[in-house]
Design a protein around this ligand. Structure first.
Ligand SMILES: NC(=O)c1ccc[n+]([C@@H]2O[C@H](COP(=O)([O-])OP(=O)(O)OC[C@H]3O[C@@H](n4cnc5c(N)ncnc54)[C@H](O)[C@@H]3O)[C@@H](O)[C@H]2O)c1
Ligand SMILES: [Zn+2]
Length: 364
């Protein structure tokens, strides 16, 4: 079954997200139909390319597209300007034109870097996302945020540049390590908590199947996440309001990631921990009752996600939150659940309350 969602940004900026098992083989046909038949530069990393590169290249070539390939080393530390320059050199060498396409084949790192490169090459060319991690399939491939890191901070250099098409082959998730897959599930849960209680219920009902990567369940879940994300992005493309709710668990999470030097916790793992902290904060403020907090904790548990807080100093966690780039005009804003399926944005919560919550989480 092929599922299709439209990210409705009005007129010709709207684009399709196509989700199915085994759809990598259709990449060429889909691209040809959606974009004409230009030249394509495929950006990936050696690991993902060794798994799926040939399959995609052949699919593109058999549809008559001219393909070149450019690889970046694997890892968040390579999501930087040096690799962007490398990609620009490759784009020049491959004679890409304004009508050419970039295709990102990989996780969020490849997607963010390829999207950024596409947004600046010749003042912006079109690009296609073909995400291969769960995190990229449910989150980063849709919405048009592109970025690379600066030594001073993550995602400090970037643009808004929407893809022309997103092709999601859920079979690619079968080769992910357990840890990467579970980290992606950390982001899946956030959509249910802040936006859609029915979806939360579905995750509870199908937790075992989802954990086991049962294909029908995975496809349904990816599709529900993309639907939610596309609704939010259509409403608030540039994150001036509603889109902020996608940061549930991220203010705490970014601080935890940083304290572990971006090595101890994966992003999705830190977000799961942060989501538990945000839930405890909501409980403390009377926005979420104890049974709901327990439901959230138990869903993480059923999915096999550890949401327990690493042993960092609470003051350090708090300081890290203040330094997060989401602090605007010196205001700390934290998204918390309001019941399951809703949210509230808390501005400048008391330091003492946050420290209390962090200590409580550490003792759980
Ligand atoms: N643009 C956005 O809106 C947005 C949103 C969330 C996260 N992000 C960014 O996404 C990045 C994280 O993405 P990620 O979690 O996908 O990490 P990643 O891209 O580093 O991928 C994780 C690992 O999985 C490997 N991999 C990818 N696909 C595979 C497959 N099918 N089989 C086996 N291995 C595979 C990769 O090579 C890598 O080693 C961060 O840089 C973050 O800032 C961006
Ligand atoms: Zn995230």
């Amino acid at each position: 079954m092929v599922r299709e969602i439209c990210v409705d940004l009005g007129g010709d900026r709207s684009y399709k997200v196509i989700i199915a098992a085994g759809i990598l083989d259709e990449t060429g046909r889909l691209l040809g139909a959606e974009t004409g038949q230009p030249r394509v530069m495929l950006i990936s990393n050696p690991l993902v390319f060794s798994l799926y590169g040939q399959q995609v290249v052949e699919a593109l070539q058999s549809a008559g597209l001219r393909v070149s390939t450019a690889l970046m080393p694997d890892g968040e530390e390579y999501k930087n300007m040096q690799q962007v320059n490398h990609m620009l050199d490759e784009a020049m060498a491959a004679n890409l034109e304004r009508s050419s396409l970039i295709l990102a084949l990989g996780g969020g790192v490849v997607g963010d870097l390829a999207g950024f490169t596409a947004s600046i090459f010749q003042r912006g060319i079109r690009y296609i996302q073909v995400p291969t991690t769960l995190l990229a399939q449910v989150d980063s491939s849709v919405g048009g945020k592109t970025a690379v890191n600066h030594p001073q901070g993550k995602n400090m250099i970037g643009t808004f540049h929407q893809p022309d098409l997103v092709i999601i082959d859920t079979l690619t998730l079968n080769t992910l390590t357990e840890r990467e897959y579970l980290a992606g599930l950390g982001e899946v849960v956030k959509y249910g908590i802040i936006y859609d209680s029915d979806f939360f219920q579905l995750l509870e009902d199908k937790a075992a199947l989802l954990k086991d990567r049962e294909q029908e369940t995975v496809q349904e879940v990816v599709c529900r996440c993309i639907k939610i994300k596309s609704e939010i992005v259509a409403e608030d493309e540039r994150e001036s309001g509603l889109r902020m709710i996608l940061n549930l668990g991220h203010t705490f999470g970014h601080s935890i990631e940083k304290l572990g030097n971006y090595k101890s916790s994966k992003h999705g793992e830190a977000v799961a921990v942060g989501t538990m902290l945000a839930s405890l904060l909501a409980q403390e403020m009377g926005l979420l009752d104890k049974p709901s907090v327990d439901r959230i904790a138990s869903l993480f548990d059923k999915l096999g996600i550890s949401a327990s807080l690493p042993a960092y100093n609470p003051d350090d966690i708090y300081e890290g939150m203040l330094n997060d780039k989401k602090v605007k005009n010196d205001k700390l804003r934290i998204v918390v659940p309001r019941e399951i399926g809703g949210y509230k944005i808390i501005e400048n919560p008391d330091r003492s309350m946050l420290i209390k919550i962090i200590k409580r989480a550490a003792s759980l």
